[in-house]
Design a protein around this ligand. Structure first.
Ligand SMILES: [Zn+2]
Length: 71
């Protein structure tokens, strides 16, 4: 399974092998890139209103992943 996951809180893609999966008793699945996101989600916060998330998203979007390997 090679599905790309996105953080349910900040919306950033989660690298495979990292992050946390959270399954609610009703079957809804959430993914979190960090425990910070998990905690804030649990508190019912809105990611758009939180400054560190906006900064984080900005930072990630600024530098596009250039991991192209040309061999
Ligand atoms: Zn996140």
């Amino acid at each position: 399974m090679n599905m790309e996951k996105k953080c349910s809180f900040c919306g950033l893609p989660i690298e495979l092998g990292t992050g946390k999966m959270f399954v609610r008793s009703d079957g809804t699945i959430y993914f979190f890139c960090s425990s910070k996101c998990e905690n804030n989600f649990a508190l019912g916060r809105v990611s758009r209103k939180i400054e560190w998330i906006r900064k984080k998203v900005k930072r990630v979007k600024k530098k596009p992943r250039s991991r192209k390997k040309t061999e």
